[in-house]
Design a protein around this ligand. Structure first.
Ligand code: HEC
Length: 115
């Protein structure tokens, strides 16, 4: 009986910790591969953001063309992708899927490489 109680406690703790992980996207971040700027990050930005954030039309003051601009504004970009401290982007939604957001987080974690 005591063992059963212990099991319930363990299950409860696991459920609690899973809920917590969902709230904070960084807790569960697992970056298995090195993210490529040229093959993953720049195409992501070009497909989803560049139409409104380029050198001739920098909406909100954000030009997201090229590695220098993207890496210098990485905090604001991820903030907007997660609607955390910034307005959700792409503007009006829907948000990018979690895989793309994780990819961007991993790229930041790996030092915002120009690779
Ligand atoms: C259809 C046009 C459009 C697209 C696509 C778009 N944005 Fe924006 N973005 C805007 C506009 C317009 C603003 C300024 C909004 C305002 O000032 O209210 C803005 C503002 C921002 C801001 C500042 C938000 C803030 O709260 O200060 C960031 C960061 C940003 N965009 C990043 C991105 C990223 C990253 C993407 C791609 C995932 C993206 N945007 C896609 C139009 C767009």
């Amino acid at each position: 009986m005591r063992f059963l109680n212990f099991l319930f406690l363990v299950f409860f703790l696991m459920m609690f910790s899973c809920t917590k992980d969902k709230v904070d996207n960084n807790v569960n971040l697992v970056c298995t591969d090195v993210v490529s700027f040229a093959q993953e990050i720049e195409p992501l930005i070009n497909q989803h953001c560049i139409g409104c954030h380029n050198s001739s039309s920098a909406s909100g003051g954000y030009n997201l063309e090229g590695h220098t601009n993207i890496s210098n504004q990485a905090d604001q970009i991820i903030g907007a992708m997660q609607a955390s401290g910034f307005q959700l982007m792409p503007i009006g939604g829907p948000a990018l899927n979690d895989d793309l957001i994780q990819q961007f987080l991993c790229w930041i974690e790996q030092g915002k490489l120009n690779n």
